[in-house]
Design a protein around this ligand. Structure first.
Ligand code: TYD
Ligand code: ZN
Length: 408
């Protein structure tokens, strides 16, 4: 849907950059689907009224979240560990027990809630994609296959009662009618309950110039300024914030009904940091655009030169982010022969859009000879380089495309 007004506050939005025609990032395709792909115009804008960074056109949600959703959160051991830690922290800090109720919005394959389920704490995972929801059910996680909105929240409330904790990680950027979702959360949470959201941070995206965070499923990139403005509408406020390095830099917001919790100093510091980098100024986005155009040129020129000198180049990791890099930088199978990835939902398929690079299981990486390997899953650099140590021993070189092109 094209929207010239901000999806959050409905005021006019300032569009500042177009990435051209894009497929849906997670729509890895089979050979016979190559000619029937869906494309949309990927343009981004910034709302100077409520400070939300967002896509101008958004494909229909059912086109993105359905029975074929390719992202499986549990493919990374580091991420499994990360969500286990969050579960332990919540159970301890909020003194959860077998009378508590935890809701997760965007529960994917149950990576987080299985920790809560193991402790016999009542919970419900809501996910719009049926395939991942089924996986989480098979892991003993109580799951509801639905889009989360005010109506879903009211239905959950009447079946289960209000929630002590609502967790939503890497999902707030997926929800087109975000007002309905935030309102739903405010109706579902107990008076003294806490909503915890975690998403890639706009501040980190600007600092790292990680434009590959932008794709259809990421229709918003949230900041403290924008998330505060959204929840303020429903009488809620951010009372704490913690940053981490996952997904290239995420912010975890702790949100409660107004005046229920003490506002942590972290909130003031973070606000100051956002202001320091000019996060709410249009000129910051003009500079981001300029750097992104330069980054595209640098990467495309680099790969083209390698290819001209007959180097063999493969890729590692086919995250949603790679769909933006490949399609925006016009990189296809003539430059990158294949990409190795460990997601069952991607293996044997092709990267979407014009790129059409075949995806193979990572178990074949070690025995496959290539001189260069571009790490699209650059946010998992430590885990992957550690796992694939033998590649360097065979003189293989890693190309890290983001934040700054480097070869190691
Ligand atoms: P990720 O960066 O987690 O997500 P997004 O799609 O939101 O950008 O995706 C990482 C991809 O890399 C995913 O397709 C799985 C793959 N991967 C491997 O193949 N091996 C690994 O060891 C790791 C950590 C990831
Ligand atoms: Zn707005």
């Amino acid at each position: 849907m094209t929207q010239n007004n901000c999806r959050v506050c409905l005021k006019k939005i300032d569009e500042f950059m177009s990435f051209g025609k894009m497929p849906i990032a997670n729509s890895f395709i089979k050979k016979n689907e190559i000619n029937s792909q869906f494309f949309y115009n990927m343009k981004v804008g910034f709302c100077q009224n409520c400070f939300t960074f967002q896509l101008i056109d958004v494909p229909n949600a059912k086109q993105m979240f359905n029975s074929k959703y390719a992202y499986l959160a549990s493919t990374s051991l580091v991420m499994q560990n990360h969500w286990r830690k969050l579960a332990n922290l919540i159970v301890k800090d909020y003194k959860l027990n077998t009378n508590s109720f935890v809701v997760e919005i965007g529960s994917n394959d149950g990576i987080f809630l299985k920790n809560i389920s193991n402790l016999k704490i009542p919970h419900l995972g809501v996910d719009a994609s049926s395939n991942v929801s089924d996986i989480s059910k098979s892991r003993g996680v109580n799951s509801l296959n639905a889009f989360f909105n005010t109506q879903t929240a009211l239905d959950i409330r009447s079946s289960y009662g209000k929630a002590d904790i609502i967790v939503s990680t890497n999902t707030m950027h997926h929800i087109e009618d975000i007002n309905s979702a935030a309102e739903g959360m405010s109706k579902l949470i107990k008076n003294d309950g806490t909503i915890i959201t975690e998403d890639p941070s706009l501040k980190e995206m600007l600092v790292k110039n990680s434009y590959d965070q932008i794709y259809a499923e990421h229709m918003y990139i949230w900041s403290l300024s924008s998330i505060s403005s959204l929840f303020n509408k429903y009488d809620m406020e951010v009372y704490d914030i913690k940053n981490n390095t996952f997904h290239g830099g995420c912010s975890r917001y702790f949100i409660a009904k107004k005046n229920k919790k003490k506002i942590s100093n972290n909130v003031y510091f973070h606000k100051k940091n956002e202001n320091r980098i000019g996060i709410n100024k249009m000129s910051t986005y003009e500079k981001f655009k300029k750097r992104t155009i330069e980054s595209k040129k640098r990467l495309k020129d680099f790969l083209t030169k390698l290819k001209e000198s007959n180097k063999k180049i493969v890729g590692y990791g086919a995250p949603a982010k790679s769909t933006t890099i490949l399609n925006y930088c016009d990189i296809d199978g003539s430059l990158i022969e294949k990409i190795f990835d460990n997601s069952e939902t991607k293996i044997g398929k092709f990267t979407p859009g014009k790129s059409l690079i075949p995806i193979e299981h990572t178990k074949y990486f070690e025995s496959y000879y290539s001189e260069y390997c571009i790490l699209f899953a650059w946010n998992h650099e430590k885990e992957i380089l550690n796992k694939e140590k033998k590649y360097k021993k065979k003189d293989g070189k890693w190309i890290i495309p983001i934040p700054k092109l480097k070869v190691i």
